[in-house]
Design a protein around this ligand. Structure first.
Ligand SMILES: Cc1ncc(COP(=O)(O)O)c(C=O)c1O
Length: 445
């Protein structure tokens, strides 16, 4: 493989630090941060891995949008700032060196790695003939929506949930039917009465996010069965997006929707990939499966699946699933300790005024309740036309803390006053972000 030229490597090594250190004088530089995490893993998640200068949406996208001197720690789009698992990089380099990229068949080893990962980690039995491939979870869902829902019909989601569902539902030519969840004692609960009242002859699909982005619930078997019973009663197919299933807090358990009983497995399609778990989103390989052949046939009518799979994504999935169990365990430990650090910081009286937060059950996303802040910021700084209070808040935090968080409203009804923070970053960045937010918030409250 052709090595990077020294000048490019040098640029990548220094570009991040330059940006961070030349940021406006209000904010702290990296020099102050020092990781305290003690992680029992041979992988070094503390190491800062520079992502500036390679078109990363999180870093370069934010810098392009808001300005180089404004972005200190971007914590928006859901990918991780950690280096790829070494065994994956090694396998990809070996494949690149074989300089032929013509059509290739999907290997049995790839399918077996999917089967083994799901069996070994979650006890779930999947057969090879049930599996189809797509270039992403969401792109795999569009044809299923077209095949299963009436033309122009409605697709149910329970909000707050992943904003990409709206985009894909609209791409499929459908309308989004939002059923707001309720936050009870710090945990979001499905409101099945509300959901049931919305299911009619136009609504034949529900997209479930299991576990849920952005609120982090690992749905229990009882919760999933109760949801499934409502869906089955109304002839609604559950499209269960389980992309977050491997990123789970220590004391939590992920329950695959298709594992809770035959009738639920029969009336659902599960969507997965190694993309979130191993930070391989841009390699564009995902898979979906159901034990119900008729359902799969109906879901395939809209096209969109792939017989062949991008070779690099295929190799990355296979190697990660075969060799990555320890890496994911180390990652989860690291994220656990990042969450502990975040929760301690926010809940130390006076340190993060206006924000409420408790540790989630899964994902690396913190769904921060900033309702105590939005009025203050909105009155300190007028809303522009069309701007929501969450947009304003997000913009204000970039301006005053150099920290980019996602504005809540795109995650649907119930998201007012929330911001989403991605904490899959080295501790030194998390600390820097929180110290900067602390300073900025103390200046207005
Ligand atoms: C719940 C959920 N589903 C799907 C996706 C996107 O997956 P893909 O890039 O494979 O379409 C994301 C990305 O953040 C997500 O959070």
């Amino acid at each position: 493989m052709k090595k990077q030229t020294p000048s490019r490597r040098k640029f990548l090594k220094t570009a991040g630090l330059t940006t961070l250190i030349t940021a406006s004088g209000q904010v702290n530089s990296f020099a102050r941060g020092k990781s305290q995490s003690k992680i029992n893993s041979r992988y070094d998640f503390d190491k800062v891995f520079n992502r500036i200068g390679v078109n990363s949406i999180k870093w370069d996208g934010a810098i392009r949008k808001y300005g180089k001197d404004k972005i200190i720690v971007p914590m928006g789009i859901a990918d991780m700032d950690f280096k790829q698992m070494p065994a994956v990089t090694k396998a990809l380099m070996e494949r690149v060196e074989y300089e032929s990229y013509g059509y290739e068949m999907v290997t049995d080893e790839y399918y077996q790695s999917i089967i083994d990962w799901n069996k070994n980690r979650y006890g779930q039995e999947i057969k090879k003939e049930w599996i189809r491939n797509s270039s992403g979870l969401t792109s795999g869902m569009v044809p299923a929506l077209r095949g299963l829902n009436p033309v122009g019909g409605k697709v149910a989601v329970m909000t707050p949930t992943y904003s990409g569902f709206n985009i894909e539902i609209k791409k499929a030519g459908m309308r989004v039917e939002q059923s707001p969840m309720k936050k009870i004692n710090g945990r979001w609960k499905m409101d099945l009465e509300d959901l049931e009242s919305r299911l009619d002859y136009e609504t034949k699909c529900l997209i479930l996010c299991n576990p849920n982005n952005p609120t982090g619930e690992c749905w229990t078997a009882d919760e999933l069965r109760a949801l499934g019973d409502v869906c089955i009663r109304h002839g609604v197919t559950v499209l269960s997006d389980e992309i977050w299933c491997d990123i789970i807090r220590k004391e939590q358990k992920y329950i695959p929707y298709a594992s809770i009983g035959e009738k639920y497995a029969d009336s659902s399609i599960t969507y997965k990939s190694a993309g979130k778990t191993f930070n391989q989103a841009i390699l564009k390989v995902a898979y979906f499966f159901t034990q119900n052949d008729d359902l799969m046939n109906a879901a395939m009518v809209g096209g969109g699946h792939q017989t062949e799979v991008n070779i690099f994504g295929q190799i990355a999935t296979e190697v990660a699933y075969k060799k990555g169990a320890k890496w994911v365990d180390g990652l989860n430990q690291y994220l656990d300790s990042n969450f502990d650090y975040l929760v301690d910081y926010i809940n130390t009286p006076g340190e993060m005024p206006g924000i409420e937060y408790s540790k989630p059950e899964s994902t690396y996303l913190a769904w921060l309740d900033c309702n105590g802040l939005k009025e203050k910021v909105a009155t300190a700084d007028k809303l522009k036309e069309g701007q929501t209070p969450e947009d304003k808040l997000s913009e204000w935090l970039i301006e005053h803390a150099g920290v980019q968080l996602n504005a809540g409203h795109v995650y649907g009804i119930g998201s007012d006053g929330f911001l989403r923070m991605n904490i899959a970053v080295p501790r030194v960045h998390l600390k820097l972000a929180l110290d900067n937010l602390n300073k900025a918030l103390k200046s207005i409250i």
